[in-house]
Design a protein around this ligand. Structure first.
Ligand SMILES: Cc1cc2nc3c(=O)[nH]c(=O)nc-3n(C[C@H](O)[C@H](O)[C@H](O)COP(=O)(O)OP(=O)(O)OC[C@H]3O[C@@H](n4cnc5c(N)ncnc54)[C@H](O)[C@@H]3O)c2cc1C
Length: 380
């Protein structure tokens, strides 16, 4: 579909990313996923494209401007390599740089943002706990004041990049209050009392790492408090919006790949003397996949337009997130059906996307939580 918001600059950026993904990512995505990691060099290659620099000032190595259409073009295009773990491994830093950029002390920003934005080092966002992820205000990790420090105790789990990141943005409870008792902290991986273990044997996203993090009397100086004490919940929910927009765009890319794979196959494969695509049942599946993809794309463009205008359309972001995971579930399932037995084999991107649908329906705000948030935002 033609995008009414397209400009020469946005088209050029997308073309550059598309070429990069086709040349440097897609040919290796299968092997990386089976091996359980992307090469360390990929972080810096992607950093050199400017992908991590949106909304970051040039003095910190950023682009000095932001553009939601360009940000989402990256998420959409990289998803078309067919392995969601690639975007997850690279993107852990993208969901944790905003609190550092907005809330960290200058001494921290000056030191770590250039490293993160260039891809030399990585950062992760640590919110979810073994006791639950949906109820953010119910988190149990604590941070108590002790002289000029905070001392953190507790656990986080499912943290993307948790094994490989050097820096963490950690949510912790500084007082009893549900919403006003939560604060955010910047924490370095070599802090005494910090340890981590890998979460193994996952359904998908194999080439990204997820970890459980442990904080045992982990002491951080008070200047590593991000923003004001007790204002962390607002910063976390604000940060979720950007993460969710990226996930929507990634799902859009995966839907497009499912449609392309299914259509290519349906044109080549013959049953009962004619190509699959000439059987009406199959044509209707493809038309439905295309329609659902178009709807998510159009919705995403409207959200990007609003974000660029300085608004945060929380209800629309929430509705688009659960609509996208439902649409992706449909597209992955029907693409598998059209591919028949061939779709059931490892090495086929549709097989992987089918396995990875659920992380999109759960992670970064589950479908249930997104529906509830949308309803509340709309005043229901
Ligand atoms: C691969 C992967 C990567 C992740 N990366 C990160 C990361 O980098 N950082 C991070 O902090 N977290 C991360 N997460 C955690 C993710 O955000 C959580 O899994 C998610 O928020 C849901 O939390 P939970 O798994 O604890 O489920 P729970 O909160 O225990 O919920 C379980 C189920 O109950 C439903 N539910 C909960 N409350 C309600 C309600 N009130 N009404 C109806 N239904 C409800 C939920 O929708 C869900 O389906 C990751 C998860 C995965 C799987």
């Amino acid at each position: 579909m033609e995008n009414p918001f397209d400009t020469d600059e946005r088209r050029a950026f997308r073309d550059m990313i598309r070429r990069f993904v086709a040349d440097e990512v897609t040919p290796h995505a299968d092997n990386w996923d089976e091996a359980g990691a992307i090469p360390a060099s990929l972080h810096e290659k992607v950093g050199a494209l400017g992908v991590f620099g949106f909304g970051i000032e040039e003095k910190w190595g950023g682009l000095g401007f932001d553009d939601c259409f360009m940000r989402t073009a990256w998420s959409e295009e990289v998803a078309q390599c067919g392995a969601g773990g690639v975007a997850a491994a690279l993107g852990a830093r993208s969901i944790s740089t905003k609190p550092i950029r907005d809330l960290a002390a200058d001494s921290i920003r000056d030191r770590v943002l250039p490293e993160i934005v260039s891809g030399r080092r990585s950062s992760s966002l640590a919110i979810t706990e073994p006791s639950g992820g949906s109820d953010v205000a119910g988190m149990q990790t604590t941070a108590r004041r002790d002289g000029g420090d905070f001392v953190i105790n507790g656990q986080k789990t499912f943290i993307t990049g948790g094994m490989s990141s050097d820096y963490f943005v950690v949510g912790a409870r500084t007082s009893e209050g549900r919403l006003d008792g939560i604060s955010l902290f910047f924490l370095e991986a070599d802090t005494p009392g910090f340890s981590r273990t890998e979460i193994d044997r996952k359904m998908g996203w194999w080439c990204s790492d997820q970890a459980t993090l442990y904080f045992e009397e982990c002491r951080v100086p008070a200047n590593q408090l991000l923003g004001e004490e007790g204002r962390g919940f607002l910063a976390i929910v604000d940060n979720f919006n950007g993460e969710r927009i990226g996930l929507i765009a990634g799902m859009l890319g995966a839907m497009k790949l499912c449609l392309n794979e299914a259509l290519t196959w349906a044109r080549e494969r013959e049953t009962f003397g004619r190509p699959l695509v000439h059987h009406q049942v199959i044509r209707h599946k493809l038309a439905e996949m295309s329609a659902r993809t178009d709807m998510i794309e159009a919705y995403l463009h409207m959200i990007c337009w609003q974000v660029n205008a300085g608004r945060t359309p929380v209800a629309e972001i929430s509705k688009a997130k659960f609509s996208a995971s439902k649409a992706l579930e449909y597209c992955a399932s029907e693409a598998m059906q059209i591919l028949g037995g061939a779709g059931y084999l490892r090495g086929n991107p549709v097989e992987r996307i089918y396995r990875e649908v659920k992380v999109q329906a759960i992670g970064g705000g589950s479908e249930e939580i997104m529906r509830d948030l949308a309803a509340r935002q709309m005043g229901f």
